[in-house]
Design a protein around this ligand. Sequence first.
Ligand SMILES: [Ca+2]
Ligand SMILES: [Ca+2]
Length: 275
Amino acid sequence: MKKMISFILAAAMSAMVAVPAFAAAPEADTVRDGENVNTWTTSGQSDNFKDKMMTMIAYAPNGEGEITVDSIQYIDQTTADASGAYSFDSYIPKDLPTAGEYTVIVGSEVLDNAIDAGKIEQIKVTDVAVTGTITTQSNAAKATIDFCAAGTTTPVVSAKTTDGAFSANVAPGTYDVIISRPGYLKYTITGVVIEDALSLKGVKLLPGDIDANNLVNTDDLTPIISGFAQKTGDAGYNVILDLDANNIINTDDLAPTISSFGQRSTVIDFADFNK
Ligand SMILES: [Ca+2]
Ligand SMILES: [Ca+2]
């Protein structure tokens, strides 16, 4: 592919590549592969392209439509099959993240038989990474981190911890972040302003709210005692009671619940959380 690129660039420097207007239906289609995914796929089929070497150029964000070294975003080659079908899959334009409308053309024999493969609007990648650590009774006891639109409890984005840590891709905005695990007191941070990549301060979830009423009391001790010594697979085993997620309900689940006695769920404003 590389030697062809130099040829094409030389041609592009001396003259614009002719791009015939559509006579009928387009013979190629270019799509962005998904939301917040900055890869594109261009594919199509034409009898004119049977078994021919195909070249694809994506170029000119916000430009005047000329192919130049600066305007070319991506260039590649492939061979069309016996039916003239070809595909350039999940390619990544070079100037990311950015915004603008790009033109994509495809042609055989170095574009001497070019067709307009359409235009695509490139959308700036806006999601940023939010990371942090959540402590539970053991790393096996994963916590869930829900990013909810401020004032709601409906998650827009959710993440789970792995070995106590999480990373979530979140669009900038203001969120109520709800950290939870069944059997634990919820921890809510309200008004979390996310503008750029953010490393959230560590949070420890308090164990023992078995009945999820936001308070640890005798109503939570009773089921743990009832389920005592039950293992995974036993009729009396309930994962919510197994606070350290070691597949047995025993003193390691009971003792921390007693330690949390009288504690309630936390709701804290982001400004206070950061003090
Ligand atoms: Ca409770
Ligand atoms: Ca346990």
